[in-house]
Design a protein around this ligand. Structure first.
Ligand SMILES: NC(=O)c1ccc[n+]([C@@H]2O[C@H](COP(=O)([O-])OP(=O)(O)OC[C@H]3O[C@@H](n4cnc5c(N)ncnc54)[C@H](O)[C@@H]3O)[C@@H](O)[C@H]2O)c1
Length: 315
């Protein structure tokens, strides 16, 4: 497989811009964002990277150097599209749109270019179903904010070749990401399956009157949530002993929520228009200032965690 230098990010929204700045960390990369709508790529990226700069994880000079490698086009017939070695799609989460986008790209890109989708839920097998060269296609699920969260789930479709998957993993490692391989194309891939298993139980606890929503969050934040980045479930099970893990599963699993439909409480809140940040009320009320503060604090926390990544890496 030829060296990856020219990277095309298709869809210059929230995810596309942050993905672009990740790939721009390598000096020999040229990144082009392609979008049907015009957007202030450099201005938004500068703003997104502000906390990294403030914390000293990125210098202003490094940021400006990365920006110098990032271009923008609205022209699908441009050289940046024709010459791309690696394409990552981050358009709206819509199956038909994603399939049309890849049809357009396949007609214009090199036949050996690697194609990836950043879809967070949609099947890479289905997105690539109509492509001619399906073996070079895979899912690359970056998490939001993509420039701060290290994980990228590389999801094999029913046709992704091992060679393609390993080229993608290598590329992601080279730009400082922590790629994990999801060997089967399943809904939720790896991490969202676990996240939604937790959310199902968390909402159920509130629904059953066991604890209110903020108590649930406190119980997570000040217990296993605190140690989770360093002590993840499998190592934790080994640490406490698989005999104990077995006994606990044997006792508790029958009592946990196993609903296969969205929770009645969630359904009611949605029907009442209580959508969380979007409407100003979800499990609780949110002022504009509180919403802003929540996002700022999260990003600050993530930047602090990134500054201490070597602790997580010691395994
Ligand atoms: N936002 C998140 O938290 C998150 C997290 C992980 C994955 N994702 C996934 O990433 C993808 C992008 O999400 P986002 O939040 O960046 O969306 P967004 O709405 O911020 O950006 C989408 C961009 O796609 C562009 N676009 C639409 N049609 C296009 C076309 N035909 N050709 C080129 N560009 C086109 C839009 O102009 C827009 O700039 C989605 O598949 C989403 O599910 C999002």
């Amino acid at each position: 497989m030829r060296a990856i230098r020219n990277i095309l990010v298709c869809g210059a929204g929230l995810m596309g811009k942050n993905i672009a700045v990740v790939f721009a960390s390598k000096k020999d990369h040229t990144i082009t964002l392609y979008d049907i709508n015009n957007t202030d790529v450099h201005g938004v990226i500068r703003n997104h990277c502000r906390q990294l700069v403030e914390k000293g994880l990125m210098t202003v000079a490094d940021l400006e150097e990365r920006l110098s490698r990032i271009g923008f086009t609205q022209d699908p017939d441009s050289e940046a599209v024709a010459e791309a070695d690696f394409v990552i799609e981050a358009v709206y989460e819509n199956m038909a749109l994603k399939q049309q986008t890849f049809a357009l790209l396949e007609a214009r890109c090199r036949t050996d270019a690697i194609f990836c989708t950043n879809s967070s839920v949609m099947s890479p097998s289905e997105i690539s179903a109509r492509l001619v060269h399906r073996s070079r296609f895979a899912g690359t699920h970056f998490w939001n904010p993509a420039h701060l969260i290290p994980l990228v789930e590389v999801v094999k479709s029913d046709a992704t070749s091992d060679e393609t998957a390993s080229a993608i993993m290598n590329l992601l490692r080279a730009v400082g990401k922590k790629p994990v391989l999801c060997k089967k194309d399943v809904p939720g891939f790896i991490a969202n399956r676990m996240q939604h298993a937790l959310w199902r139980e968390a909402i159920y606890i509130v629904e059953q009157g066991i604890a209110d929503a903020w108590t649930v969050d406190e119980a997570v934040r000040y217990s296993f949530g605190l140690r989770l980045p360093r002590l993840a479930p499998m190592e934790n099970a080994d640490m406490v002993g698989l005999d104990l893990t077995y006994s606990i599963q044997d006792y508790i699993l029958k009592d946990l929520c196993n609903d296969v439909e969205p929770s009645p409480l969630l359904t009611r809140l949605r029907d009442e228009g209580k959508l969380g940040f979007k409407s100003g009320e979800g499990f609780r009320k949110w002022t504009d200032e509180e919403k802003k503060q929540s996002i700022e604090t999260l990003n600050e926390y993530l930047v602090n965690m990134l500054a201490n990544m070597d602790i997580l890496d010691r395994s």
